[in-house]
Each structure stands twice: as structure tokens, then as C-alpha cells.
Design a protein around this ligand. Sequence first.
Ligand SMILES: CC(C)(COP(=O)(O)OP(=O)(O)OC[C@H]1O[C@@H](n2cnc3c(N)ncnc32)[C@H](O)[C@@H]1OP(=O)(O)O)[C@@H](O)C(=O)NCCC(=O)NCCS
Length: 186
Amino acid sequence: MDGRTVAFSQSTIIELMVPSYANFGGKVHGGTLMSLMDKVAYVCASKHAGNYCVTVSVENLEFLQPVEVGEVIKLMGSVNYVGRKSLVVGIKVVAENLQEGVSKHTNTCYFTMVAKDADGNTAQVPPLILKTHDDVRRFLSALERKRLRLQDHEFMDKYRQDFVYDTASAELLSDQRCHVMLEPES
Ligand SMILES: CC(C)(COP(=O)(O)OP(=O)(O)OC[C@H]1O[C@@H](n2cnc3c(N)ncnc32)[C@H](O)[C@@H]1OP(=O)(O)O)[C@@H](O)C(=O)NCCC(=O)NCCS
């Protein structure tokens, strides 16, 4: 299977934040932004894979600054990493105020997508050709996040299985903003 460069599938969506995108506080609804991120992730992943792709997980999704109605959002996506059947698309989101000519970087997140063939079976994706230092850094960063995520899953699975409410956990809760009022289990 021939490789494809990062540039081959790099894609950008530009969208004006219209009043119908606002939440009750008058800022742009987080779900609207998530939907746009999913779209650019789909475009990049499907172009690289040459196949339909589905979203499996999203990492680093944080809204560090509100986006205002009237701003223009630019979502820049590029394939950071490919496994056998999965790809990671990194998305940088920038909001621009057209009147003031000011741009702010609102967030960067990572979508893991899996390729599917016409029969709905998971499908292999082409290797990624890394041509720049940034391409290499992003690929290795995605590998590291994958390693940490697996480690985290294992840790939390074990934590869940082994959990007992004992004096140590009561101590951990003692300075938290909660009141433990356990009811007898039926
Ligand atoms: C994605 C999906 C096909 C994976 O199924 P699966 O049986 O685990 O498939 P495979 O074992 O063949 O794994 C395929 C790839 O998915 C990756 N994968 C599976 N679960 C994952 C997860 N939770 N996070 C990240 N990657 C994951 C595997 O690592 C593998 O990657 P690789 O081939 O590059 O090593 C399945 O979970 C699915 O269909 N999910 C629903 C996706 C969807 O519909 N999304 C839209 C939102 S409604």
C-alpha cells in the first residue's frame, strides 16, 4: 500500500458563527464547535484513508476561551498518526474577530478515526509519509498519547475493580466539597 503525505489530506473548514449557534449565555454552543471538529476530522481521515471513517475517541477537548457570535472559526486538520486501521487527526481551532482583526487560538484536540470499507468492515489505511520535523513530532506525540491512554485505561479498570470505601478513601474525601451520607444497600 503506497503512503500518503500529511499535506495530501490537510483540510480546513471556515465557518461564520451565526446567532442560531448561540447558547443561553449568548456564546457559541460547545456542541456546534464539536460538530465542526468532527467534520474536519472526517474530511482529513477519509481523504487519507480513501475510505469512509468513523469517530472512535476525542482527546484534549477543552474550551479555553468562549467563541462569540459574529466571529469566524477556522478549523485546521491534519493527519498526525496512522496505525493499521486507525488514524489520529489533530485539529487546531482559531477564532477571528473580523472587525478588530484579532485572532485567538481556542483549542487543539485529537480525533481518533477508524476506516471502514464498503461492507462496513474495518479497513487498513495507507502509511503516512512524514516530510517535516513537525510531522515527525506530531506522529511521535500521538504514539505517546496512545501509550499513556492505554496505561490510564488499565489503571482505572483496576481502580474500579479493587474499589472499597475504607478509611483511606474517607480521608481523601475529608477536604473535598462533598458530604458522604451512605444509605444502607437494599
Ligand atoms: C471503531 C470500531 C470499528 C472499532 O472496532 P474494533 O472491533 O475495536 O476494531 P479493530 O479491533 O479492528 O480495531 C480497529 C482500530 O481501532 C482502534 N480502536 C478501537 N477502539 C479504540 C478506542 N477506544 N480508542 C482508540 N482507538 C481504538 C484500534 O486500536 C485499531 O487501531 P489500529 O488498527 O490502528 O491498531 C468500533 O468500536 C465502532 O464501530 N465504533 C463506533 C464508531 C462510530 O459509529 N462512531 C460514530 C459515533 S456514533
